[in-house]
Design a protein around this ligand. Structure first.
Ligand SMILES: [Zn+2]
Length: 396
């Protein structure tokens, strides 16, 4: 189970509308905050869904209005902030209605001093503006409440993942520091990091702004007592989210891809390294909605109650791999296209529908149509037991 910090909505059965293109950019002129969430000065890309851009943008729009609220004051009803575990901050007034804002990382240049022009000055060579990003690293904060054997295995897993899915330094264009903290503790202990992350619980990538995020791993003590593999696979799941953020420039849409991909890789990891997975233990629940209304799984808001432990999202990802294999693509390559190529494509093509067609050579609605031919059963789409993640991420 990978808990995210998403409030449970009581009515979330309305289909998400088609993803609207960006409303354009909004300039936040000074460092501000909305209900305690930091919005640093800069340009933000705004995407509206189920509401017109006009209502969100401009000096009288909702975003401007929210920025003017005093810190920690609640949003005007029925608006609420969705503390999405991944992706950009989101504001919603009901299922399928709201907007998200995402800071556009600006490239800061050191001021250059132009020499005074002279009549016959020789042209000066242009400085190279593209500085390579600094190397990224994780900082481990592992509480002593954790069993020693878990800590040892955690380090092995992080080393393996560092080779399989290295986090690109490009993530430093999103994060304000070239590293990310991982806070881990045993759930039988009160959050030992409460001074730094006071409200943290469960497992997630959390943050108080797009540029300041951390990984939370609160491992339930039952997972140690009963030797659940989830105590290890959750490390893979959350680390893969960081990989997605780095490769996609934080474009985490749609939900079934980001969560289904994370669920798929965690089970592929346990299959490869421990010889078993939840996919084969009969514990993966798949909702019938994956066949009848797959669009629901594009958003957290419309699929919370029909995507337990992201089993439904994972089903969609695994079915896509099957469809690609029908075109003669190998299984490893199919998963490479899904977990790597599509993620990277979204950094260049922000409309995920277009990115999908670019990579998979079919439209999203083509795929949803093909899904309707499957039974909603994970056993129909299981990946092979000999699949190696090294081959999946090896490239073309
Ligand atoms: Zn997740």
């Amino acid at each position: 189970m990978a808990l995210t910090l998403i409030p449970i909505s009581t009515n979330s059965t309305i289909a998400a509308g088609p993803q609207t293109p960006s409303c354009g950019n909004f300039k936040v002129t000074k460092n501000s905050s909305i209900v305690g969430i930091e919005f640093r000065k800069g340009s933000y890309q705004v995407n509206a869904f189920g509401i017109s851009c006009k209502k969100v943008m401009g000096s009288k729009g909702l975003f401007a209005k929210f920025l003017k609220l005093k810190n920690n004051k609640s949003l005007p009803k029925p608006w609420r902030y969705l503390a999405d575990a991944v992706g950009a901050p989101k504001f919603s007034s009901g299922p399928g209605v709201g907007f998200r804002v995402e800071q556009i990382t600006s490239v800061t240049r050191s001021p250059t001093v132009e020499p005074p022009a002279r009549a016959n000055a020789t042209p000066t060579p242009k400085p190279n503006p593209a500085q390579p990003p600094p190397k990224f690293s994780f900082k481990f904060n592992l509480d002593k409440s954790l069993p020693e054997d878990w800590i040892a295995e955690f380090k092995i897993i992080m080393k393996n993942l560092g080779e399989i899915i290295p986090i690109s330094g490009e993530i430093n264009r999103i994060l304000k520091e070239p590293f990310m903290n991982i806070y881990a503790w045993n759930g039988n202990t009160k959050n030992p990091f409460r001074d730094v992350i006071p409200n943290a619980s469960g497992s997630s990538i959390s943050g108080n702004s797009p540029s300041n995020r951390w990984m939370v791993l609160e491992i339930p003590s039952d997972e140690f007592r009963y030797n659940y593999l989830h105590r290890y696979s959750v490390i893979v799941h959350e680390t893969f989210h960081v990989y997605q953020i780095s490769l996609s420039k934080d474009n985490m849409q749609p939900k079934w891809f980001s969560e289904g991909g994370a669920k798929a890789i965690e089970e592929m990891y346990t299959q490869q390294y421990y010889g078993r997975s939840d996919f084969r233990s009969g514990s993966t629940e798949v909702s019938a909605s994956v066949i009848s209304n797959p669009g629901l799984f594009e958003e957290y808001e419309t699929s919370q109650q029909i995507d337990m432990n992201y089993g439904s999202s994972a089903f969609m990802v695994l079915a896509l791999a099957k469809e690609l294999q029908k075109q003669g693509i190998s299984e490893a390559r199919a998963f490479g296209m899904i977990l790597k190529d599509f993620t990277l494509e979204k950094s260049k093509e922000s409309d995920w529908h277009k990115a999908f067609t670019n990579i998979f050579k079919m439209t999203v609605s083509d795929f949803y149509q093909r899904l309707s031919k499957y039974p909603a059963d994970i056993n129909q789409v299981l990946p092979g037991t000999t699949l190696r993640l090294q081959d999946v991420f090896a490239g073309k």
